[in-house]
Design a protein around this ligand. Structure first.
Ligand code: HEM
Length: 449
């Protein structure tokens, strides 16, 4: 909780706004967890674009709906909004050194230190690392029998993370152990009682976070001076203008947060992409035809640029279900946005999926129509902040291209080999929190092409 302490208490007086606080302790968390988008729609219809509510631990929050609020809070050239203040009490408990829990100069320094790991030459080497892992995993998929796609893709992406982020052989016992550690850490993020008490899930998460820290810090000296190409080794060998290495605590903080930010988000995105491709076989065929046009059997970084229709499908899926359904910030001073005065130190909540379905900005927003992202239509460019699956401004997702690449490579292998079908009249309920996906994990059947 160190960031909250540094920033001082949140503003709790939101009496000038309409809304409802909900239950003691939980506030409106149950409603938000059940159906984030539905709850935002309900507030918008009843109270308009700005309204108050309480979240877990009675954190008082102002729901701000629409691209004007997104722009003010994310683009934010004057520093009126703090990401550390928005996420300190959630992400900050387990990832206090995470990039998203830093503001201003501290954030800039972290971001600069991370750039080399996300430049094109680095991405090219990651493609080479991902290819064989995905190939092996896709060869092992069950054929002609139904299986739960979410569980499967989770394992595949864990393997990718072990290799690309940590430089481990994904089949080694060390990688398997770290996967388990990572899962235990993240359980602490969804508990409504994040208190370090004996036997609590949160204490177990803190212990798992310590295990990851031990692994990373003990390996830093072994990675220094090597030319290994994984992200962890790149951070270990990065030097600032004075030729100094990053501090161990920073390397640990960056890598732990990257694993968190990268893994579940892409798992959710790929699950939802397969849902939409299963629901829209015509689109599945179009994407497959495009992928057959790629000449290389092991696609290269440059091949990704040719996969345009695949990219539109990716974008359209994230329009419906952006992996991060809620973005938070906290005002640093009194600010006025879209004619509303918001007091200093107020935690605000933005809703990407709400903005992604506003009729003012999207034609037939409830229709699956990837071509809306084509240059001819470019609906996502009508307002710079009506489409924010990767956020925007200083904290815009640093892994956006990595995520897209990972998804394209996976779809390349999967769709060239298999046809994906869903159950007849499959109409799942979607869960929205922690990350959006069909509640049943998306049962699919593959048949060979
Ligand atoms: C489909 C996949 C992904 C989605 C939808 C996604 C979404 C986002 C969003 C919305 C933010 C901004 C949050 C905010 O401003 O409040 C963000 C930030 C971030 N993402 Fe992603 N992300 C994805 C994949 C990845 C991957 C693969 C990585 C790393 C390899 C990554 C690393 C990060 C980091 C480090 C930040 C914080 C950036 C900063 O504070 O400057 N993300 N992501």
């Amino acid at each position: 909780m160190q960031y909250i302490e540094q920033l001082g208490p949140d503003n709790r007086d939101l009496s000038m706004f309409p809304g409802e606080y909900g239950l003691p302790y939980l506030g409106k968390t149950v409603e938000i967890v059940k159906d984030t988008l539905g709850y935002c729609n309900y507030h918008y219809e009843k109270y308009g674009p700005i309204s108050r509510l309480d979240m877990v631990r009675n954190q008082r929050v102002l729901m701000c709906l629409g691209p004007e609020f997104n722009e003010a809070a994310l683009f934010d050239p004057k520093g009126n909004f703090s990401a550390a203040g928005g996420y300190g009490s959630s992400l900050g408990t387990l990832y206090p050194e995470g990039m998203l829990v830093r503001d201003d100069k501290k954030h800039k320094r972290t971001r600069r230190a991370s750039q080399p790991a996300f430049k094109n030459d680095a991405l090219k080497t990651y493609v080479e690392m991902m290819n064989p892992i995905q190939e092996r995993r896709i060869q092992d998929l069950p054929v002609n029998e139904e299986f739960i796609f979410y569980d499967n893709i989770q394992k595949t992406l864990m393997d990718v993370a072990a290799k690309v982020f940590l430089g481990l052989d994904e089949r080694s016992p060390e990688a398997q152990k770290l996967n388990d550690t990572f899962e235990r850490i993240n359980k602490g993020l969804i508990t409504p009682f994040p208190y370090d008490l004996p036997f609590s899930p949160f204490r177990k998460s803190l212990a798992a976070r310590q295990e990851l820290r031990n692994f990373l810090t003990s390996n830093i000296p072994l990675r220094r001076g090597t030319d290994r190409k994984d992200m962890f080794s790149r951070y270990c060998n990065a030097q600032d203008e004075d030729g100094e290495y990053l501090e161990d605590v920073d390397i640990d903080g960056h890598i732990a947060f990257l694993l968190f930010a990268a893994f579940d988000t892409t798992t959710s995105a790929l699950t939802n992409i397969l849902y939409y491709l299963g629901k829209n076989p015509g689109w599945q065929e179009k994407v497959r035809n495009e992928l057959f046009e790629v000449k290389n059997e092991m696609p290269t970084f440059d091949d990704m640029a040719e996969m345009t229709l695949t990219e539109y499908v990716f974008q359209e899926t994230l329009r419906f279900y952006p992996s991060v359904m809620i973005l938070n910030r906290r005002t640093t001073r009194d600010v006025t946005v879209a004619g509303y005065d918001i007091p200093a130190n107020t935690v605000i909540m933005l809703s990407p999926p709400f903005t992604h379905r506003m009729e003012e900005w999207w034609s037939n927003p409830h229709e699956f129509d990837p071509m809306r992202f084509s240059p001819e239509r470019a609906e996502h460019k009508k307002h710079g902040f009506s489409y924010i699956p990767f956020g925007g401004g200083a904290h815009k997702c640093i892994g956006m291209h990595f995520a897209m690449m990972n998804a394209k490579l996976y779809l390349f292998r999967l769709l060239k080999n298999y046809k994906v079908t869903l159950r007849d009249n499959y109409n799942p309920k979607f869960m929205h929190v922690h990350l959006p996906r069909p509640i049943d994990g998306l049962p699919i059947t593959l048949t060979r092409i």
